[in-house]
Ligand binder design. Structure first.
Ligand code: HEC
Ligand code: HEC
Length: 346
């Protein structure tokens, strides 16, 4: 039962080794963040692609065109980029997404940047691979509202697509599997680029202001953010209920996938990169600013069923909250990944 363990370890992880190390360093009266953290935050390899979808230029090129093509939707109006728009941090700037027929979705559109590092996709982690994720929005009634058989016929009728499919997946024709693999191959290339924090990790001490360095010390220390947000992508592939104020019906989150009480209302820890471009925040868009987010953590969260035991009032001062915001700002790419909308095949 690996998934069970995963879900639980995600919500119960306390990272004793890090706390022990911080304790030792503080006893030694060393400057805690500078030395303890850096190595843990280096860019890792992405999750390996499946054997039948090794990344090639032709696959990425096909996936890029599909990602921006509104003909993938039933209405021919909505593309993946409608909700994962490069101009808004590859998200949509909305509290929750808007799909077919202007339907308001129940969850926020996450950025697709760095999803190549995720062990789980979606807020509730219901699929593991980008390949398995990609067909979901196309056939979802509320998102792109497309019939897969019809889509395949439509794409076959667009002459300009044939050479792209042939080059990417020779001899495989046009199928749901090929579409999902091409989209996933493209998404694996959508990565954040160096932020000031990364330059500091690589050893440039001047890349972070004193306020950002104090913020990082708080992040790993008093504010305990790194219990859940750690490593290069600032997430733990785990699921936690952080006690968001709920309006109306509560979204069961991970519980719908794994019905274990410990994960009632728990959601996947999201990346903290590129936050400058991806507000509003949280699975339900509950907060518009990073200050509101940190004030939420400072309060310890609402006492809801399933609240993570790691959520405790933090007692942060206004100055400390300011420093945390400055630190989070240091996680924005200096030259964010941009994209030009491709010419669509006819
Ligand atoms: C109508 C808006 C909308 C469209 C169109 C859309 N998405 Fe999404 N996307 C979302 C929402 C909302 C979620 C989160 C849903 C959830 O977690 O239950 C999501 C989640 C994802 C995720 C998971 C990210 C993560 O960190 O867990 C990926 C990857 C993704 N979408 C890729 C795509 C691709 C590829 C397409 C086109 C085939 C697409 N999306 C079309 C709104 C949209
Ligand atoms: C118990 C684990 C845990 C701790 C501790 C924690 N987070 Fe989170 N964080 C999460 C989870 C899970 C979410 C998504 C919650 C949801 O949407 O329901 C989240 C969401 C966020 C978001 C929104 C990101 C987005 O794109 O929507 C920000 C910003 C954030 N956390 C920053 C922090 C900071 C700063 C701290 C420390 C003060 C912190 N977190 C402590 C687990 C945690």
């Amino acid at each position: 039962m690996r998934l069970n363990n995963r879900a639980l370890s995600g919500s119960e992880c306390t990272r004793p080794s890090v706390w022990a190390l911080l304790f030792v360093l503080s006893v030694m009266n060393l400057s805690v963040p500078a030395l303890a953290g850096r190595a843990d935050y280096q860019r890792p390899d992405i999750q390996p692609p499946p054997a039948n979808n090794q990344t090639t230029e032709a696959r990425v090129a096909l996936g890029r065109v599909l990602f921006f093509d509104p003909r993938l939707s039933g209405s021919n109006w909505i593309s993946c980029a409608t909700c994962h728009n490069p101009a808004v941090g590859w998200a949509d700037g909305l509290a929750t997404g808007i799909g077919h027929n202007m339907t308001t979705l129940s969850r926020a559109s996450p950025t697709v940047l760095n999803t190549a590092y995720n062990k789980f996709q979606f807020w509730d982690g219901r699929v593991r691979s980008l390949e398995a994720q990609a067909l979901g929005p196309i056939v979802s009634d509320t998102e792109m509202h497309q019939d897969m058989d019809e889509l395949i016929e439509e794409l076959k009728a667009i002459e300009g697509y044939r050479p792209l499919f042939d080059a990417a997946y020779p001899g495989e024709g046009i199928s749901a599997s090929v579409i999902s693999r091409a989209l996933a191959a493209y998404e694996r290339t959508l990565l954040t680029t160096d932020a000031p924090f990364d330059l500091w990790v690589k050893g440039d001490d001047s890349a972070l202001s004193d306020a950002a360095k104090r913020g990082f010390a708080l992040f790993e220390g008093k504010a305990r953010c790194s219990v859940c947000h750690h490593g290069f992508n600032f997430q733990d592939d785990g699921f936690h209920n952080i006690g968001l104020p709920s309006h109306g019906e509560q979204d069961p989150g991970r519980y719908a996938v794994r019905p274990i009480r410990a994960v009632m209302g728990a959601f996947k820890t999201p990346t903290l990169r590129e936050l400058a471009r991806t507000a509003p925040y949280m699975h339900n868009g509950a907060y518009n600013t990073l200050r509101e987010v940190i004030e939420h953590y400072n309060s310890g969260g609402e006492p809801v069923e399933g609240l993570s035991p790691m959520m405790q009032p933090l007692g942060l001062s206004t100055q400390e909250i300011d420093d945390l915001v400055v630190f989070l700002d240091s996680l924005n790419s200096i030259n964010p990944l941009t994209e030009t909308i491709p010419v669509l095949p006819q």
